[in-house]
Design a protein around this ligand. Structure first.
Ligand SMILES: Cc1cc2nc3c(=O)[nH]c(=O)nc-3n(C[C@H](O)[C@H](O)[C@H](O)COP(=O)(O)OP(=O)(O)OC[C@H]3O[C@@H](n4cnc5c(N)ncnc54)[C@H](O)[C@@H]3O)c2cc1C
Length: 534
């Protein structure tokens, strides 16, 4: 038998694959990361997508959950160039008539913004924030460790005072909880808009707690961006890895995981090269891991059936825009300082309609576009005086069957995408950003098809490695048989956001998977993994 050249191979150089690689390298393992795309980073990357000098975060722009990750400190990422900028406000919601409401760094400022519409809702925001402060440590621990089993979770809820109320809250949808909690449409939309942002409709079970958590994270830590671009997070992780003898190869497409005697022992690349290793950790989409990389013949039918049924979530379309000058909202200068702006006429009725349309295969009549505006807080992204926008249009159908607006006849994304972008930009210009059309120097549109052509983990143009719904979280993510970062094949692990705690820039699946691998190798994570280098 050919001896293994590496102790571990990591498939995919997204931030989770890199995080897992760093922890394994710190334990002295010889690690190789393989990436299909021509540069590292996966969905944490920054590119000059429109014109030179305009640095767009290709996928993720903002840090929410990674704000409470132990990884930056443990891996001393600052020494490798990772630095955060803390924009104020972190999020604004703008309405068509020029109203806006914002989450500021300072709690009193947020409450003043909400109190313009309802003092009662501003007081309620403080109550919700206090609840977050009480739960902060346990939320942080639950993200940054492998998940408890369902039985353990249920037992913990039973012993917690008010546990059943908490369970009810965790199950509640956005529409029901926002109506119960707030009186003004502005506060409901500010908070409930988060659910929509992460692909959860106002009527979906579990949406309320997600919206609450995102909002409170932004209130507490801010909606932060990486100085110079999200790519600098990936580069910092790569810097740590290379300083610990790790290697990275880009333009390297892994075709399959090689299995001998029931154990993963290497990978085979698209060009036929085989590389042997003691273990494999994959941050590819779980569906690709099971059906393509491991292959049906190595995984029992019950598992392949479940992974085919694993729900992917909503498809998105992305528009990158280089602007002559910074974004100029009808609602005034405050949203212009925000890195995230949600524009919508209101909450439940509007959003329920677009989810219904997209899930029925229809291009939405009035699509929703999350506006990312990184240059507002980091002018280094653009030439002096210029501006930058990224529109994440969601939800949109992956297979187009028609147009709810009745004007787009094309049903192939390659033909339809510019027309959909015209509709989105027209809507934004008419209702929220009056000078938008004249301000655009260049735009580049990526349809859901383009997204998955660009990186395979954006399967069907989705961004979460599997929908974030209550039956696909915790120990059930991606499916119960693979809920603890172990695949059905010995020595093959999962380390991407198709595992607990799921999508977003968290570094958590990568670090949590490393904890499991350490345990399987008999290495103490608390001693070796989580202690910064001397
Ligand atoms: C448009 C968009 C906006 C987003 N905005 C935010 C945001 O603002 N904040 C936030 O927290 N999150 C955001 N997200 C989500 C977040 O970016 C992702 O959830 C997260 O970065 C995924 O990280 P990962 O390491 O788990 O996987 P990925 O980053 O998807 O990495 C997986 C890697 O594996 C590689 N790969 C797959 N198969 C193979 C193979 N066979 N061979 C070799 N390589 C392979 C892929 O090319 C990819 O590089 C956004 C996502 C998108 C798409």
């Amino acid at each position: 038998m050919i001896p293994a050249r590496y102790d571990a191979i990591i498939i995919g150089s997204g931030h989770n694959g890199l995080t897992c690689a760093c922890y394994l390298a710190r334990a002295g393992l010889k690690v190789l990361v393989l990436e299909k795309y021509h540069s590292i980073g996966g969905m944490t990357n920054t590119e000059e997508t429109t014109i030179p000098g305009f640095q767009s975060d290709t996928h993720a722009s903002c840090i929410q959950f990674a704000n409470f990750s132990p990884v930056p400190e443990e891996l001393q990422l600052e020494e490798y160039g990772f630095e955060l900028i803390h924009p104020d406000p972190g999020l604004s919601h703008v309405f068509p008539d020029g109203r806006s409401v914002s989450v500021h760094r300072n709690l009193d400022d947020t409450c003043r913004s909400i109190a313009r519409y309802s003092q009662r809702d501003a007081d309620m925001w403080r109550v919700l924030y206090q609840k977050f402060l009480k739960q902060k440590e346990s939320i942080c621990a639950s993200f940054n460790n492998p998940p408890p089993s369902f039985t353990e979770e249920a037992a913990a809820l039973r012993t917690l005072p008010g546990g059943l109320d908490e369970y009810r809250f965790q199950m509640q949808n956005i529409r029901s909880w926002c109506n119960e909690t707030f009186e003004s449409e502005e506060a409901k939309t500010l908070l409930g808009g988060w659910g929509v942002h992460v692909g959860v409709s106002p009527d979906e079970v579990g949406g309320a707690s997600i919206s609450w958590l995102f909002s409170m994270l932004i209130q507490h830590y801010g909606n932060n961006i990486v100085e110079g671009g999200m790519r600098n997070l990936s580069l910092a992780l790569a810097g740590f890895l290379e300083a610990h003898n790790g290697e990275i190869r880009v333009n390297t497409d892994v075709e399959q995981i090689v299995v001998e005697n029931g154990r993963a022992c290497g990978v085979e690349l698209r060009d036929g090269e085989q590389i042997r290793a003691g273990l494999i950790a994959s941050s590819a989409h779980p569906r690709n891991l099971v059906l393509d990389l491991l292959g049906r013949q190595r995984v029992e039918t019950a598992v392949t059936t479940k992974i085919r049924q694993y729900e992917l979530g909503e498809s998105v379309m992305v528009v990158y825009i280089a602007l002559r000058s910074p974004v100029n909202y009808r609602a005034g200068p405050i949203p212009g300082q925000s890195v995230y702006v949600h524009p919508s006429p209101g909450l439940s009725d509007y959003f329920s309609r677009i989810f219904y349309e997209a899930r029925s295969g229809l291009l939405p009549e009035e699509p929703f576009a999350l506006i990312c505006n990184e240059a507002a807080a980091d002018p280094s992204r653009v030439p002096p005086g210029a501006g930058l926008m990224k529109l994440v249009v969601q939800p949109v159908p992956y297979e187009i069957t028609g147009d709810a607006g009745g004007t787009i006849e094309e049903t192939r994304w390659d033909d339809a995408k510019e027309l959909v972008a015209d509709r989105v930009i027209g809507l934004l210009a008419d209702k929220y950003i009056p000078d938008l059309r004249d301000n655009i120097i260049k735009r580049v549109v990526l349809s859901p098809r383009d997204m998955e052509r660009k990186i395979p983990s954006a399967l069907q143009g989705t961004l979460s490695h599997g929908a974030f719904v209550p039956y696909q979280v915790g120990a059930m993510r991606p499916i119960p048989e693979m809920g603890f970062y172990r695949s059905p094949v010995t020595h093959a692990y999962l380390c991407g956001s198709g595992s607990h705690p799921g999508p977003g820039v968290t570094m958590a699946p990568g670090r949590n998977a490393a904890q499991i691998i350490y345990a399987d190798l008999g290495i103490d994570f608390a001693v070796v993994g989580s202690r910064p280098d001397e």
